[in-house]
Ligand binder design. Structure first.
Ligand SMILES: Nc1ncnc2c1ncn2[C@@H]1O[C@H](COP(=O)(O)OP(=O)(O)OP(=O)(O)O)[C@@H](O)[C@H]1O
Ligand SMILES: [Mg+2]
Length: 458
């Protein structure tokens, strides 16, 4: 079957010439002169690739891109943009575009790019040979079968309204997964509202979730909608859902069961149509056993559980992700870095990644920013705890106590960095209490500062 390509371009001559070039190259081309027609075509048929102008009449290129990716998660999207709109091109890359071309470009550039991308992506899912190739679901990138299984499940539940619980260690992509579900669902044109449950003090959480009436408490000077109401017709993402107080748990249970609640201080019952997606790093079973989570709420949240595996259990994903982050961070800096040296690849594969994909992303970003090499070397990626042979040599000349202390210090630093300095998270990963962690940091003379927020996305 010929690859299906969608071309949306308002400039008639360009639409004609590019369309003909693509058809001559052997693609089946569907052409649209504006955003509205583009959207109609996206709804009507599946595409392998889309070539989208960023500035379009009747629905812009970014909107089109989102709809295209939602309808064709494996589809390649190339944005066409003129000088001066480079910011929107970057926004488009963030929204899932595969690549962009700066206008005017020779048609040959487009054909080469598209040919390369299609080869890289491999045969379509439906052709049944996708294994070993880089795949995407929303912004999640993977090649491993373990992630493929998780993403298949995510894609299936996206089509329903079922309550989903996403489990996984820190940095495994739970938030991306939640967004991907929303984007692939019928609710995509309505809001996705996120609540970072652990970050909101318990006393405020109830009002945050359910809203309050004027005068409900000191400072409530007017009526205010809660996140449940704001998410009406859309999705509500409850992040760190294990960290809810008892009162909120009871109210949440009813909201999930009956789809109704009252605002704090209110008497009127409010009905909402919301799909709830929640995420947790903790094992909720343990929270139930410890009496911190109501069992009935647990079953309500966990109608469909999806677990994202840690990176060390899907080592096949390490290098494709590293390459992806390399391109992502090198491009805006205008750096041409060809990849990782074989030795660097070995180091990346040998490391155990306690901070998972977030740690990998931060490490590659740092390496790309600092390097002066045409390829990233072992030295470039000697970030966090990725140990190098020279590190090991220096350890072996120390007395045992110093070596243990040094190893402990390095491991603590590594874990703390991987979670952006959040002690609570670090303690969880290390399997010790916050208090013990605090004592150890003091003993080792480590006053750890939080990473700059810009270093941590998500
Ligand atoms: N499969 C993936 N492909 C591309 N990027 C990924 C993938 N998984 C995670 N990331 C990136 O890693 C970072 C962490 O992801 P995310 O915030 O979704 O993790 P999380 O599971 O919610 O972590 P935490 O429990 O610490 O909140 C983000 O920058 C995200 O873009
Ligand atoms: Mg998260």
């Amino acid at each position: 079957m010929k690859p299906q390509v969608l071309l949306v371009e308002d400039e008639p001559i360009l639409r004609l010439t590019l369309g003909n070039d693509l058809a001559e190259e052997g693609y089946e081309v569907a052409r649209a002169p504006d955003g509205a027609e583009g959207l109609r075509l996206i709804q009507e048929q599946a595409f392998d690739a889309a070539l989208l102008d960023l500035k379009l009449p009747k629905a812009d290129g970014l909107t089109l891109l989102q709809r295209f990716k939602a309808a064709n998660p494996q589809g390649l999207a190339i944005m066409m943009t003129a000088y001066g709109t480079i910011q929107s091109a970057i926004a488009a890359m963030k929204a899932g575009a595969t690549d962009y071309l700066l206008k005017p470009f020779p048609p040959e550039d487009l054909l080469t790019l598209l040919r390369g991308l299609l080869v890289q992506r491999g045969p379509r899912e439906a052709d049944g040979e996708a294994s070993g190739r880089v795949r995407r679901f929303g912004d999640l990138i993977y090649v491993s079968d373990a992630m493929a299984r998780a993403c298949d499940l995510l894609a299936t539940v996206a089509r329903s309204d079922a309550t989903v619980l996403i489990q996984g260690e820190t940095g495994t992509g739970k938030e991306l997964a939640a967004r991907a579900i929303h984007q692939a669902s019928e609710r995509r044109n309505h809001p996705l509202i996120t609540v970072a449950c652990a970050a909101i003090p318990e006393t405020l959480l109830e009002a945050e979730l359910f809203g309050h009436e004027k005068g409900a408490f000191t400072g409530a000077i007017r009526d205010r909608k809660g996140r449940f109401e704001l998410a009406h017709h859309g999705s509500l993402f409850l992040d760190e859902v294990a960290d809810l107080g008892a009162a909120v748990q009871a109210k949440l249970l009813r909201a999930l069961q009956e789809k109704e609640f009252e605002r704090v201080g209110g008497t009127q019952t409010i009905k909402v149509d919301v799909r709830v997606i929640s995420a947790t790093r903790k094992r909720l079973e343990d929270e139930v056993l410890a009496g911190r989570l109501r069992e009935d709420l647990f079953y309500r949240l966990k109608v469909i559980p999806v677990t994202l595996p840690p990176l060390r259990e899907r080592k096949e994903d390490i290098l494709p992700l590293a390459e992806h982050f390399l391109v992502k961070y090198a491009r805006p800096l205008g750096k041409e870095i060809r990849g990782f040296t074989p030795e660097a690849c070995r180091q990346l594969l040998a490391y155990h990644w306690p901070g998972n994909v977030r740690e990998l992303e931060a490490g590659v970003q740092r390496a790309v920013t600092l390097t002066k090499n045409p390829m990233l070397t072992v030295e470039d990626i000697s970030f966090e705890g990725v140990s190098t042979p020279s590190d090991q040599a220096s350890v072996s000349t120390q007395p045992l106590t110093d070596a243990i202390r040094e190893t402990e210090r390095r491991y603590l630093q590594e874990v703390l960095r991987s979670v952006g300095g959040q002690k609570q998270r670090a303690a969880e990963i290390l399997g010790i209490s916050r208090k013990t962690l605090w004592k150890k940091l003091k003993q080792l003379g480590l006053e750890y500062k939080r990473a700059h927020p810009a270093e941590r996305r998500g």
